[in-house]
Design a protein around this ligand. Structure first.
Ligand code: NDP
Length: 480
């Protein structure tokens, strides 16, 4: 069994309680490691270490902090194979995906914010001959960062990088289901020149460690990515304490396919937007809305492509999909498929667990699943499934497509497929979503605002929005 440790005040240590939690490999269903089962005592030590480290880290200035972060990015890049291996092992995602997306993006996050902070402007407002105002943006001290299991290091760095670049120290909790890469990174902090206490990583359960970070009076801001229900719980605790909150939550993203689209390009990308990372990306399209005139053609072609996807050993370059992240999550996804059947769905392909042979016989694999025949208000089209499951629904008009797209409590991402430029602008404006992709998916410019509306979240991350979140603006008004 591998033993992972917390990073607190520059030291790798077990939980104060001395208790441990097992870490599982989704592809085999077997435990292979353990993490500290930390609690509020570990969080308190981490917060104290962060508070102590804050003045010197802030005083290092933008360029000094930037150098440390760039060195950390370099060290991760130099250990690419190790990180890729770890990201696949506790998450179940194909190695190829971790190599192509997760780890390069984690490196990019660090580089992006390490350099963005150098260019982070402050505003000035001149009142004719009366006064001049300028905005002084200062870090607030200790940021709490809580991240999920689906893109472990990618989302972990997406939070800690802007927090650190802004001059804050961090107490972070990765998901207990996927702790490996955050731990691997913690072992590089010293070599990167990160002073003790600047980044603290506390492993353990959400209701213990996450809740302790949320309620700690020494943590004035929480950046959280995860499920909507957990986001509501965090807001319930943090709002009366007047903490700054950034909440990136769930989604039920629509993909709108108009008859005039580039069919082949749409098909290829829609297979990806449905099933990449076993459908466990908050940006995956899970409700595919197709103009009636091409519905039959789409259904046949799409189901053929989905049936051809290979589910298998995440280590194999042949595998398009690996295992889903945990046994509990697999059961949740299978339960949603059962509910869909109960609601009268036709399952066009998939719909079942896949039992592998040999060492993977206990792994948590689900066949990519396409569902038809359900209306917009049923649970299957309303609730986030977060697995390799999509529904398809026909529409007649643009107005109907927009109404269907907006008919959930969520509003994270959406995709429009059309060659009509006017329509793409019109529909993009009408969609209730924080992100709209037209004729593409997951094309990400890190400078753009990222986040959702309705129950998909509060606030925006990315680019200057993240740096603004991790600083407090002070207006200084000087009489002329
Ligand atoms: P969860 O909400 O279950 O968990 C997210 C993180 O919060 C984990 O680290 C978890 O710890 C922790 N946590 C759990 N309970 C509490 C609590 N009471 N207080 C503080 N922290 C807590 O989400 P998942 O990990 O299951 O991730 C999947 C979800 O994330 C999906 O809904 C998905 O849509 C969403 N997501 C949203 C994104 C976005 O940008 N909008 C991007 C990616 C995912 P533990 O693991 O121990 O439970």
């Amino acid at each position: 069994m591998e033993t992972l440790l917390n990073l607190i005040d520059g030291e790798l240590r077990p939980a104060v309680s001395g208790a441990w939690l097992d870490v599982y490999a989704p592809a085999t269903g077997k435990a292979f490691g353990r993490i500290p089962d930390s609690d509020e005592r570990d969080v308190d030590l981490a917060v104290k270490a962060a508070q102590q480290a804050f003045p010197a880290w802030n005083a290092l200035g933008r360029e000094g902090r930037s150098k440390v972060m760039l060195r950390l990015a370099e060290l991760i890049e130099a250990d690419m194979d190790g990180f890729v291996e770890d990201e696949s092992r506790d998450n179940g995602k194909p190695l190829s995906l971790a190599r192509r997306v997760d780890i390069p993006r984690a490196v990019a996050n660090l580089r992006f914010f390490a350099t963005a902070i150098i260019h982070f402007p402050s505003e000035a407002h001149l009142m004719d001959d009366v006064a001049v105002n300028y905005t002084d943006r200062q870090p607030f001290g200790v940021a709490g960062c809580i991240s999920p299991w689906n893109l472990p290091l990618y989302l972990f760095t997406w939070k800690i990088a802007p927090a650190l670049a802004s001059g804050n120290c961090v107490v972070a909790k990765p998901s207990e289901v996927t702790p490996l890469t955050a731990y691997r990174m913690s072992a590089l902090c010293q070599a990167a020149g990160m002073p003790p206490g600047v980044l603290n990583i506390v492993h353990g359960l959400g209701p213990k460690v996450g809740a302790a970070i949320t309620s700690h009076p020494g943590v004035p801001a929480i950046s959280f990515t995860g499920g909507t229900r957990t986001g509501a719980e965090i807001a319930r605790v943090a709002a009366p304490m007047f903490k700054k909150l950034s909440l990136e939550l769930g989604g039920k993203n629509p993909v709108l396919v108009f008859a005039d689209c580039d069919f082949e390009e749409m098909l290829r990308t829609t297979v990806r937007s449905s099933f990449t990372n076993q459908g466990q990306i908050c940006l995956c399209g899970s409700r595919i809305l197709v103009e009636r005139s091409i519905f039959e053609r789409f259904r046949t072609a799409f189901v053929d492509r989905v049936k051809a996807l290979r589910v298998g050993d995440p280590r194999s370059p042949e595998s398009d999909l690996g295992a889903v992240v945990s046994e509990a999550h697999m059961q949740k996804v299978l339960e949603h498929i059962r509910i869909a059947r109960e609601e009268g769905a036709q399952v066009l392909c998939g719909g079942n667990r896949i039992m592998m042979e040999g060492p993977l016989k206990d792994g948590w694999f689900i066949a990519p699943t396409v569902i038809e025949g359900l209306g917009p208000q049923c649970r299957t089209n309303q609730e986030e499934i977060f697995g390799p499951v999509v529904t398809i629904q026909p529409f007649e008009t643009e107005t109907e497509a927009i109404a269907l797209a907006n008919a959930t409590p969520y509003g994270l991402a959406s995709v429009i497929w059309t060659r009509d430029v006017q329509r793409s602008h019109r529909v993009a404006r009408a969609l209730q979503a924080g992100i709209v992709w037209v004729n593409c998916w997951m094309v990400r410019d890190l400078r753009t605002p990222f986040g959702g509306v309705k129950q998909s979240g509060v606030g925006r991350e990315g680019g200057m929005d993240a740096l603004r979140f991790f600083t407090e603006a002070k207006n200084v008004c000087i009489k002329l």
